[in-house]
Design a protein around this ligand. Structure first.
Ligand SMILES: O=C(O)CCC(=O)C(=O)O
Length: 268
């Protein structure tokens, strides 16, 4: 990639900070209109029960677990045009090229509703699931609401992107919808990524990150989260196939089946 492209979206200081800390926040990458359009789109998909392949639990059946009513939506780009457009969005692609110093490949999209009272998703490393090798995957986390500690915003542990992939312990199901927990190493401290709607947090797939429950009584914490791999990778967990280049064409890589650092089957 020509150095000039990198310089247009990231200053040398930002590039250095990304390599040192493992994350970068692109402020205001999406406009208020774009944020509203995506949020409204997913609220309508939920309200009209148009989400494909999702169990719709009623309030009674959910037994107080609001995430059973507003379950995160996995891989919506496979059937929803707006989600696909957002996954392949040129501004995101440009930022990824600058951070990776090479072309990205799109592997995953997710929409999180995280309404008030939702459980969190404690610390973990994304590449434990995606198994991108060599190197690691990279996430783009688009805030659709203000995201802070009160409403269960994302926290990162700067510098942990240089860690090996750790085998998770069991997360506390009282506070977490996910099962995995990787404790921050001694002396490494989580910090909240305080984001305004339209900000995008990019982070390395080995970086420890996670969130606590949404403690707010009124504020949702909606986000659109995508994962990418550097095009030079040789393998990716097959649960993420089909992989797409940033023009939407299917690209092939080996399936990283079994033999992960912690053994076991594919995880998503
Ligand atoms: O948004 C969250 O609360 C957690 C999301 C996350 O950790 C992930 O996408 O890997």
């Amino acid at each position: 990639m020509p150095a000039s492209l990198c310089e247009t979206v990231l200053s040398p200081a930002e590039t250095e900070a990304f390599h040192r800390d493992g994350y970068h926040i692109a402020r205001g990458l999406f406009t208020p209109n774009e944020v509203w359009a995506l949020t409204d789109h997913f609220m309508r998909l939920h309200a009209t029960r148009a989400l494909k392949h999702y169990p719709f639990h009623g309030w009674e059946e959910a037994q107080g677990d609001i995430l059973k009513v507003y379950t995160r939506v996995m891989q919506p780009h496979r059937w929803d045009d707006l989600s696909l457009k957002m996954l392949l969005e040129p501004r995101v692609a440009e930022m990824l090229r600058a951070l990776l110093n090479e072309e990205p490949i799109a592997t995953q999209s997710m929409f999180y509703y995280k309404p008030p009272g939702s459980k969190g998703q404690t610390f973990h490393q994304d590449n434990y699931y995606l198994r991108v090798r060599p190197h690691s995957c990279i996430a783009s986390w688009l805030a659709l609401d203000r995201s802070d500690l009160e409403n269960g915003g994302l926290q990162v542990v700067p510098g942990t992107h240089t860690m090996e992939i750790a085998c998770p312990q069991k997360a506390d199901p009282k506070y977490n919808f996910s099962q995995d927990y990787v404790p921050p190493p001694p002396g490494m401290t989580p910090i909240p990524a305080i984001l305004e709607p339209g900000d995008v947090l990019f982070f390395n797939g080995s970086l420890l990150h996670g969130s606590t429950p949404n403690e707010s009584k009124t504020r949702w914490r909606r986000s659109y989260i995508c994962h990418y791999a550097p095009a030079s990778c040789h393998e990716v967990s097959k649960g993420y196939f089909p992989l797409l280049d940033m023009n939407g064409n299917v690209v092939q890589r080996e399936a990283a089946i079994g033999g992960g650092p912690c053994g076991g089957a594919d995880k998503m």
